[in-house]
Design a protein around this ligand. Structure first.
Ligand SMILES: NC(=O)c1ccc[n+]([C@@H]2O[C@H](COP(=O)([O-])OP(=O)(O)OC[C@H]3O[C@@H](n4cnc5c(N)ncnc54)[C@H](OP(=O)(O)O)[C@@H]3O)[C@@H](O)[C@H]2O)c1
Length: 277
């Protein structure tokens, strides 16, 4: 039986084992998929041990996506573009192939729920691994992105990574209010790619970003509404969504990389919501 695992810290909250179990059942594939907690600084040892002892593929979550990128022997184009990976696969001669399925997974979900169009003006909150993974597919789709982050330097570093790509800029979080008032900017979509929701917090940002035509998306998923989405609704957002759709779509692209077959994600999302939320 092929062995898979998701590596992260924290990892308790991860729903990936449930999702991959549903995929495997839908497609009649026998596999094992478990959660592995990784102490900070132990990523390389633990992942290498897993692959040496029969591991076939892995998902990587917070905060190890850059560490995962660094151990890859080969990368898909999506992996190269984003500079971080969430999916690993053992290929011939025990080499590791890395891919990033976060961006394509998010884009697919945003399209399914009609939160995005080709010219969407997006405000992206956060500059960590998830933000890095989703920027390229969204820009490639035709959107404009403004990045803002608690630590300004980290958003500038992110911008540097994409320095040859148009339609991205950076704003200090404390300047957003002024810019909206002065330039009369209205974002179409806000994506919360910070990990604030994990701790029950919300990014410290002006509520002026919210208006009655805005879509708000939190990458985080929990069985109850995330604090960020609650705040968006309170300030009058048009529609909100958490990251469960993205979680299932990105997992499906990982599954495809490992098995060469794509699960029916619409059915899995329905089943997941019925049984697990
Ligand atoms: N639905 C999905 O499929 C999916 C996929 C990937 C990730 N995610 C979710 O996306 C989130 C981010 O993951 P990641 O891998 O990017 O994490 P990460 O690399 O650790 O980055 C965390 C980001 O959040 C910011 N942040 C943390 N706490 C904050 C707070 N209280 N207020 C404002 N900003 C805060 C950090 O800002 P600083 O730079 O200032 O530290 C940084 O920009 C997590 O919630 C994760 O579960 C979901």
């Amino acid at each position: 039986m092929k062995m898979f695992a998701i590596f992260g810290n924290p990892i308790k909250h991860s729903k990936s084992p449930i999702i991959h179990k549903l995929f495997a059942k839908q497609l009649n594939i026998l596999q094992q998929y478990k959660k592995i907690y990784v102490p900070i600084n132990k990523f390389n040892n633990i992942v290498n041990y897993f692959f040496k002892h029969g591991g076939f593929g892995a998902n990587i979550t917070i905060p190890f996506k850059k560490d995962a990128y660094d151990i890859c022997d080969f990368l898909t184009e999506r992996g190269i573009k984003s500079g971080v990976v969430n999916t690993l696969k053992i290929i011939e001669n025990n080499k590791i192939l890395g891919d990033n399925t976060d961006g394509i997974g998010l884009l697919k979900d945003l399209q399914k729920i009609n939160f995005i169009h080709k010219n969407s003006n997006i405000l992206l909150l956060g500059a960590g691994g998830a933000a890095k993974g989703i920027i390229y597919p969204l820009i490639n789709f035709g959107c404009k992105i403004t990045i803002t982050n608690r630590t300004y330097k980290n958003s500038c570093n992110l911008l540097k990574h994409f320095n040859n790509i148009k339609h991205i800029d950076v704003l200090k979080i404390e300047d957003i209010n002024n810019i909206i008032n002065k330039k009369k900017i209205n974002y179409d979509l806000i994506i919360n790619a910070t990990s604030s929701s994990i701790k029950g917090e919300i990014p410290n940002i002006s509520s002026n970003i919210i208006h009655s035509n805005i879509f708000c998306y939190d990458l985080f998923y929990d069985s109850s509404i995330t604090p960020f989405l609650k705040w968006c609704l309170h300030h009058g957002a048009k529609k909100i969504s958490d990251g469960i759709g993205m979680l299932i779509e990105q997992a499906a692209y990982s599954f495809f990389l490992w098995h060469g077959i794509m699960p029916n994600t619409t059915l899995i999302l329905k089943e997941f919501k019925k049984k697990y939320s």
